[in-house]
Write a protein that binds this ligand. Structure first.
Ligand code: G3P
Ligand code: CA
Length: 253
């Protein structure tokens, strides 16, 4: 691990084991249970508001088969994205990024995953500038390399990590070569680290390769204690999980 002796635990989409993902209910539950960091997904509404939702459409969470980007904020705010999880969350709404930023207290961090491309930055930048949050309280991640490269350019003081999902296709089977290429690109754009799919981390070697390049290693999404223990032993800097309080208890108590 680069800084601390134990990995940071990131609450994936909030405390999403027990509350509907990416809602204020899940995010506030994570803070209440002592989470140090929460991860959320952001994308655009039709009227260019940054809203917090993972899927590109609202079918799974609200039963409405329509793209997020084709609905205005007013329309999105009418949807119930809580009841699918449990009746106690009935009428839970899709939050805006601004609403989530307002929940962050001193010493807490938000990991913002951009689900859209580099155009996200033109709205993300003024939104973050309106807050009093410190650069170390906001980290930016994304699969789109152009988007994370631009994020690093515009937010040089914030940590920016590239999300990797190295797949099983034959041409990515040359695993070490793929990770070395990713490291090279991350260094070229002066990114702070790589955020890798935990299922593809089979040993310490890959973690060491990334660390040797001076990059942080985060892993997603880890809901298995043995897997988390392995990753911790191998020295990852952060583990993203749907059960942050549960995993922290099993790893550190
Ligand atoms: O934290 C990274 C992870 O959230 C990426 O995958 O599909 O859950 O957004 P996804
Ligand atoms: Ca995410």
């Amino acid at each position: 691990m680069t800084n601390d002796s134990k990995p940071h635990i990131i609450a994936h989409r909030g405390e999403s084991f027990n509350a509907p993902e990416n809602t204020l209910a899940a995010i506030n539950l994570a803070w209440e249970r002592g989470a140090e960091a929460v991860e959320i997904d952001i994308q655009f509404s039709k009227d260019r508001e940054l809203v917090v939702i993972h899927d590109t459409d609202t079918k799974r969470l609200a039963g409405i088969d329509k793209k997020v980007v084709d609905q205005t904020l007013e329309e999105l705010k009418k949807l119930d994205v809580g009841v699918w999880k449990d009746i106690q969350f009935k009428d839970e709404k899709i939050p805006t990024l601004k609403e989530v930023l307002d929940t962050i207290k001193n010493g807490k961090r938000l990991i913002i995953e951009m689900k859209s491309g580099p155009e996200t930055i033109s709205i993300l930048k003024p939104t973050l500038q309106e807050t009093q949050l410190l650069p170390e309280q906001i980290e930016i991640i994304g699969f789109d390399l152009d988007a994370v490269a631009l994020a690093k350019e515009e937010f040089p003081d914030n940590k920016v990590l590239w999300l990797l999902d190295i797949n099983d296709k034959w041409y990515t089977q040359l695993f070490s070569q793929s990770i070395l290429k990713a490291i090279k690109k991350a260094k070229y754009y002066q990114l702070d680290g790589l955020n890798v799919f935990a299922g593809k981390v089979k040993g310490k070697k890959m973690i060491e390769q990334i660390h040797e390049a001076g990059l942080l290693v985060y892993c997603w999404t880890v809901n298995d204690i043995d897997q988390a223990k392995d990753l911790m032993d191998w020295g990852v800097d952060a583990i993203t999980t749907d059960g942050a309080a549960w995993l922290s208890h099993h790893l550190f108590s």
